[in-house]
Write a protein that binds this ligand. Structure first.
Ligand SMILES: [Zn+2]
Length: 242
């Protein structure tokens, strides 16, 4: 279970916001931490078991991406491997979307929904077995754990989470960093974004109008506030704020 939010032009100071939370998968799992890899200067939430990223961004290309598990098709390959691949190999969003489509069409990856974007131009990619759906998104989008392009079951809880984000965040005329942090801290058995005790990590990139990115993260619950990455990776000083 995960919640991914992409917003273009949230307010006059920012070009985009990208937020992704990762909840504990059903599969056996170990390792979940913020990792930086030099290929394309990719920073993200790393899954050690699959050697993939659940979400992340490239500080070289400006591309960001995240995946949510949708449907129950189990493929041979882990979804996070594909997130890592597009972040480390694609140079623009078109290339990233095509790369995903090309890989997913073989039906080797477990089913899921991805958001990939750059500078607020966002794409949705969904896959189930060898069916793939791609859509260029509008300015504001929330992705939870159900398909919107492909056919599939819509879990009530995932639908309610999507409604909560739309109503309390995406409908605001001007959205600030604090508004995102407040909404993702929401607890509720019906539509909570923070699955307290289950949420493993959050990743948030806010790209400002001067081309700088503020990157915040938290390993653990989304209600615990998110912290900057510079204390962990001071070598990123030239390209990341906070
Ligand atoms: Zn919480």
């Amino acid at each position: 279970m995960c919640t991914i939010i992409a917003i273009a032009e949230p307010n006059p100071d920012y070009r985009f916001f990208f937020f992704a939370s990762r909840d504990r998968p059903v599969d056996p799992f170990f390792g979940n931490y913020l990792k930086f890899i030099p290929n394309n200067r990719v920073l993200g939430i790393y899954d050690k078991r699959s050697d993939g990223f659940s979400s992340g961004c490239s500080l070289k290309t400006g591309i960001y991406a995240g995946v949510a598990n949708v449907g129950d098709y189990k493929g041979r390959k882990s979804r996070g491997v594909l997130v890592k691949k597009v972040l480390t190999k694609a140079n623009n969003t078109t290339e990233a979307a095509l790369m995903m489509e090309r890989d997913l069409i073989h039906g080797e990856y477990s089913s899921g929904g991805y958001i990939i974007g750059k500078d607020g131009e966002n794409w949705l990619v969904e896959n189930l077995e060898n069916s793939v759906y791609t859509e260029r998104l509008g300015k504001r989008h929330v992705l939870t754990n159900f398909f919107t392009g492909l056919k599939g079951e819509v879990p009530e809880e995932a639908k309610q989470r999507s409604v909560f984000v739309s109503k309390n965040l995406l409908n605001l005329s001007r959205i600030n960093v604090g508004d995102v942090l407040k909404v993702v801290a929401h607890h509720s058995s019906i539509d909570g974004i923070c699955k307290h005790g289950v949420t493993l990590a959050s990743f948030f990139v806010a790209g400002d109008v001067n081309g700088k990115s503020k990157v915040l993260h938290h390993i653990g619950e989304t209600c615990q506030n998110l912290h900057g990455v510079l204390d962990l990776f001071p070598e990123l000083q030239d390209s990341v704020e906070f």
